[in-house]
Design a protein around this ligand. Structure first.
Ligand code: GLC
Length: 738
């Protein structure tokens, strides 16, 4: 009889009973504490029963996406899957190929850039809950996401997977996603910790950055994900920081993450990001995945035993060169994650591909769309008129859930923009022309299209010349050197001859609206010539429905840009400082932009962006008024209460994002003119007004002082900036901190 398995069960049943018994919050708190004690006691007992070999085995992969359990003790395997936008198709045991299952098609949710653009934490919770239900149903214990790497350069191939350029926005939006996900008993794995802000040379580039920028810009979203989101795992990045690989970086993992932040979960490598046994053993790595092996490499033993945290680690433990306490801490963390997931008897059963998940995907997609320009009320397009609408562009039909790297999905359905438009504009004559072609999906390489670009262009110009309305679906896609992992973009402008095509279209029709399907800022030389521009992002299964909702006016756009669109690449801070700043010299990279990332740079250096962080128009108009603070002087322990009223002065119901930025006046140190410190998304019906209040803790106005390796609050005068975009401030209020 496997005593331990029997032993293990009563403890779990006791936990289940207690959860059912208590419901009130304080009792809940007591129960939670009691449950945690029970779990820690169970872990203590299990640790005494595990052999050294079993402990080591739990610290590394047994396949591409799983780690072994300990059958002898009833400890299950851990199964994980990408990615942040949905549960990835099943991958083979030993290689990156797809297993060809027929029951792993899922709901593809919008990219996290789209979610961030909603500025709606409630939607983020619904998103996390939904993806967690699908992960449960697919029997995954860890979802490898969300990603919160800061948007530093518009060329980063993976910006579409992340939550923009501002640490406060990313911090607010990542927490509910994690909470919603983990309430299903599935662990989030927030990634990629840290400074993985480009794909070029990602596997080895050494990032040098000041402590100020590290603590003020690049760490906050991870810290909030851990401390408020309570993420149960985190993924180490591929790159180096200060000469040491992030996935076993003593300062990042042992000091900052585990000691300072109190992280009690599991540090997992990125796939193949471990490079040294001793460092992995001593500097906070808990679980090694994806190290360079297909599992089939011919050795006497399974190649997974050659992982850094496999035999080499076991040998160092057996020789006493590394104390057993190091492997015990790793296994303790792994078991804790298991009691929260696959050894938690109260986990839900999950569900997938249901209407509710599709509705969440559609709501996020529609609410994340950002109306950048809208002259002559080009949008919304009336659905009751017999218009001829030319829908031009490969991005009107191209599947965007395919490609992009590890976030690629096997969507059960993906409604294309063209399909959504055809369904919605039933009175119109819809004419589609491809216009340009990018070539078939391919990872790590570019396969040019074999279609005749000139023929495509001619067809599109003819279609445009005969239309009442032209909708140009442009942007990027999920191919290599576009919005895709493993490489960066090689140009700031639109690829595949889109600019030239647009110019020829504009020669024959001036009633043109551009819909950008993309995850990055792009150049827009044609901006003054087109009537309207809508940033649609990558929306997933419900793309066509969400886009039709907004283009037809069923949904009034309320998205705001989560990152700046520079007019030209060298207007971006990372590119301003030359190659050593981006992309580096292939060995080292220096973040010379320091704390001035995104709008912080544009504001402080007075470089006007094409479109600013926080910008987004509506089909109605709003007025923000009655902006006041509760006081004008504050002490360090207080909070500023900023009251506001939003009036909907137009003819459509909608939602506005009231944004509060704060800047220190006459600072003794270099600081950005202003930084986002609060926002509210406020639904306001036409002709009505809503009042609200945003509270900002004075403590959150500190800057990171390197000389004391800690945060410092500057006393004196600050400016509060309130508006609906970083470049549209309607009220400034001076306050003082004493
Ligand atoms: C990839 C990605 C990471 C992903 C992992 C597993 O290289 O960097 O985000 O979760 O490997 O596919």
């Amino acid at each position: 009889m496997r005593t331990n398995q029997v032993h293990c069960k009563p403890a779990l049943l006791a936990i289940a009973f207690m959860v059912l018994l208590f419901s009130s919050s304080d009792m809940y708190a007591q129960t939670t504490n009691q449950m945690n004690k029970e779990i820690e006691a169970s872990i203590d007992r299990l640790l005494t029963q595990l052999s050294l070999e079993e402990k080591v085995a739990m610290c590394h992969a047994q396949s591409k996406f799983s780690t072994p359990g300990v059958p002898r003790l009833g400890i299950p395997e851990i199964w994980m899957s990408d990615g942040p936008h949905g549960v990835r198709g099943e991958i083979n045991w030993d290689n990156w190929g797809y297993a060809g299952w027929t029951n792993d098609s899922i709901t593809a949710f919008p990219a996290l850039t789209s979610l961030a653009a909603t500025f709606n934490p409630e939607l983020s919770k619904a998103y996390g809950k939904s993806i967690g239900e699908e992960a449960r149903y697919r029997k995954k214990d860890i979802i490898l996401g969300p990603g919160v790497n800061i948007y530093r350069t518009p060329l980063n191939g993976r910006n579409f997977e992340y939550m923009g350029e501002d640490p406060y926005l990313a911090s607010i939006m990542v927490v509910p996603y994690i909470q919603g996900l983990q309430q299903n008993g599935v662990a989030a794995c927030v990634k990629h910790f840290v400074l993985n802000n480009q794909e070029l040379w990602r596997n080895h580039i050494n990032v040098e950055v000041s402590d100020r920028a590290l603590y003020e810009i690049y760490l906050p979203a991870f810290k909030t994900a851990i401390q408020e989101g309570q993420a149960w795992s985190i993924m180490g990045a591929y790159n180096k920081y200060r000469g040491q690989f992030c996935s076993h970086n003593e300062r990042l993992l042992t000091k900052i993450l585990k000691d300072d932040w109190g992280f009690d979960g599991v540090v997992i490598t990125d796939w193949g990001s471990a490079h040294d046994t001793k460092e992995a053993a001593l500097y906070g790595l808990d679980m090694e995945m994806g190290t360079g092996t297909d599992g089939l490499t011919t050795t006497l033993k399974n190649a997974y035993d050659n992982y850094y945290l496999a035999y080499p680690f076991l040998e160092l433990l057996k020789s006493g060169e590394i104390e057993e306490k190091y492997v015990d801490d790793k296994v303790r963390r792994i078991l804790r994650l298991m009691f929260r997931t696959n050894m938690n008897p109260n986990r839900s059963f999950g569900r997938m591909n249901n209407q509710e998940h599709l509705d969440v995907a559609r709501s996020v997609g529609a609410e994340g769309m950002v109306l950048l320009k809208n002259e002559d009320s080009f949008f919304p397009i009336p659905t009751d008129k017999k218009l001829t609408i030319a829908v031009i562009g490969e991005n009107a039909t191209r599947a965007m859930t395919v490609g992009g790297g590890s976030s690629e999905l096997k969507a059960k359905n993906e409604i294309s923009p063209l399909q959504g438009i055809r369904e919605r504009f039933k009175n119109a004559t819809i004419v589609h022309a491809m216009g340009y072609a990018s070539g078939p999906p391919a990872y790590g390489r570019v396969i040019p299209s074999e279609l005749d670009a000139e023929v495509l262009k001619k067809e599109a110009v003819i279609a445009a010349s005969q239309a009442d309305v032209v909708l140009f679906f442009g942007g990027l896609n999920k191919n290599h050197h576009q919005d895709c992992e493993g490489g960066d973009r090689q140009q700031f402008g639109l690829p595949f001859g889109q600019d030239e095509l647009l110019n020829e279209i504009l020669n024959v029709n001036d009633n043109v609206g551009v819909v950008l399907v993309s995850g990055n800022a792009v150049g827009m030389p044609w901006l003054s010539e087109v009537k309207a521009v809508m940033q649609a992002w990558y929306i997933g299964s419900e793309a066509g429905h969400a886009i039709a909702d907004v283009l037809s006016g069923t949904v009034n756009p309320s998205g705001k840009l989560p990152f700046s669109f520079p007019k030209k690449l060298t207007d971006n801070a990372a590119h301003y400082y030359g190659e050593i700043s981006y992309p580096g010299d292939s060995i080292n990279q220096h973040y010379k932009d320091d704390i001035l990332v995104g709008y912080r740079w544009h504001d402080t250096k007075k470089i006007k962006p094409l479109f600013a962080f926080g910008h987004g128009l509506s089909y109605t108009t709003y007025a923000i008024s009655d902006v006041t603070t509760d006081k004008s002087e504050y002490t360090e322990t207080e909070s500023i209460k900023i009251a506001y009223t939003v009036s909907n002065t137009g003819n459509a119901n909608g939602a506005e994002v009231v944004q509060v930025y704060v800047g220190k006046l006459k600072s003794k140190v270099d600081r950005a003119i202003k930084e986002l410190k609060g926002f509210d998304k406020v639904k306001v019906k036409k002709g009505t007004k809503e009042s609200g209040e945003i509270s900002i803790d004075i403590a959150d106005l500190k800057y990171y002082e390197e000389s004391i390796s800690n945060w410092r609050l500057e006393k004196g005068d600050y400016m509060i900036y309130v508006g609906n975009a970083s470049d549209n401030i309607v009220k400034k209020l001076k306050i003082s901190i004493y």
